[in-house]
Design a protein around this ligand. Structure first.
Ligand SMILES: Nc1ncnc2c1ncn2[C@@H]1O[C@H](COP(=O)(O)OP(=O)(O)OP(=O)(O)O)[C@@H](O)[C@H]1O
Length: 351
């Protein structure tokens, strides 16, 4: 028997309050309208590789959605289809209510201004200053010089680089380069930001500071963000929703809090790996939220049971603790204890 009962501290961070919340507008993301809609998207490259095989995906206004998948799953192809850098073989791409896949060249160029993009290796112009890089999309759009200068000052302020306007990219750290990339992506005031592995080339601390900046832009500007990543940490830190891709298909998609509350979700197994299948007689409990009740220790007190912890882990999802615990509950009150856990709204899976 591994520990009979659990101390207050051991489970104090688990509770029944759902993690995640409405963002600054107060409108829950699930009730907002989609800003990006992909329908039956298929991409077959000239060499016959089927990179996208019937993808349906919606990203709602003000949402941060992370597409997660192993190398070759089709993430980059998916992202590049959203702004039509890559033309889908079939299917539709709608952004901000306009079906981009139906637009001609000129209209597409204009529609793309509503879509910013940041890249893993920053893609800055090395001969231009920080200000010159941020100003580039404004020059292309024909914005007059004085307006450009004011906008660039505003953008560099926004990303925390006001003092680096005259520096060139070679004088910047990776995190600073990505901030320039973000300033440039936001120059034309897009409603959507696409992020192509934007933190993959950065160290963990810099990654966190860039993710915090993206979250701030999301809440302050209401920016909708579609990001692709192979790092679960990125999804855990800032995403509201996730789509898991494999072999050109989306295997699972939804709000993280909803998926975690869904029995058998692949996301839960990825975030909280436990031996599968669960041994017979064990109970796997998934908790989401903050500490306001020591659930397992109150179980021991209320129902005269022993709770043996077999495994589990606790993670922060967008700053809120979420955990998965595998236990064996023994004693004559075991059935009542299970009913109690279910009644608290926790996901309780009995093997
Ligand atoms: N231009 C191309 N021509 C032919 N095949 C391609 C092309 N680009 C990608 N592919 C293939 O399409 C599939 C999906 O690639 P994609 O780059 O979209 O996946 P990914 O999930 O982004 O992978 P990674 O994380 O390694 O970038 C892979 O089999 C890849 O080899």
């Amino acid at each position: 028997m591994i520990g009979s009962g659990i101390s207050h501290n051991a489970d104090r961070e688990f509770s029944t309050t759902p993690a995640g919340s409405a963002t600054s507008s107060g409108i829950p993301p699930t009730t907002r309208s989609p800003v990006i809609e992909l329908r039956q998207l298929r991409k077959v490259y000239a060499n016959g590789v089927v990179a996208l095989d019937g993808v349906d995906l919606s990203v709602r206004e003000g949402e941060i959605l992370g597409v997660l998948g192993r190398s070759g799953a089709g993430k980059s192809t998916l992202l590049r289809c959203v702004n039509l850098l890559e033309r889908p073989t079939s299917g539709t791409v709608t952004v901000d209510g306009r079906e981009l896949s139906a637009l001609g060249r000129g209209e597409l160029r204009a529609a793309r201004q509503r879509i910013g993009m940041i890249h893993q290796h920053f893609a800055l112009l090395s001969s231009r200053t920080v200000a010159g890089n941020a100003a580039f999309p404004l020059e292309i759009a024909g914005v007059p010089r004085d307006q450009r200068a004011a906008r660039v000052r505003e953008l560099l302020e926004l990303v925390g680089l006001a003092d680096k306007a005259a520096a060139v990219p070679a004088q910047l750290s990776g995190g600073q380069k990505q901030r320039v990339g973000i300033a440039r992506a936001l120059a034309a005031g897009p409603s959507v930001l696409l992020s192509d592995e934007a933190t993959s080339a950065l160290d963990p601390a810099t990654t966190q500071s860039i993710l915090a900046l993206l979250r701030r832009l999301n809440t302050e500007l209401g920016l909708t963000i579609l990001l692709i990543t192979h790092e679960m940490q990125v999804v855990k830190s800032i995403c509201d929703s996730v789509a898991i891709m494999s072999d050109g298909r989306i295997e699972e998609a939804g709000r993280i809090t909803d998926l975690i509350a869904t029995p058998g979700a692949a996301l839960t197994r990825e975030i909280f790996p436990l031996p599968e299948p669960a041994p017979p007689g064990t109970v796997t409990v998934t908790f989401a939220g903050q500490a306001d009740e020591p659930v397992m220790s109150s179980l021991v007190r209320k129902f005269d049971v022993d709770v043996n912890v077999l495994g589990g882990s606790l993670e922060e999802l967008r700053g809120a603790p979420v955990g998965r615990l595998r236990v064996r509950i023994e004693g004559k009150g075991a059935a009542d204890a299970l009913g109690y856990l279910t009644g608290l709204g926790l996901l309780v899976e009995v093997a």
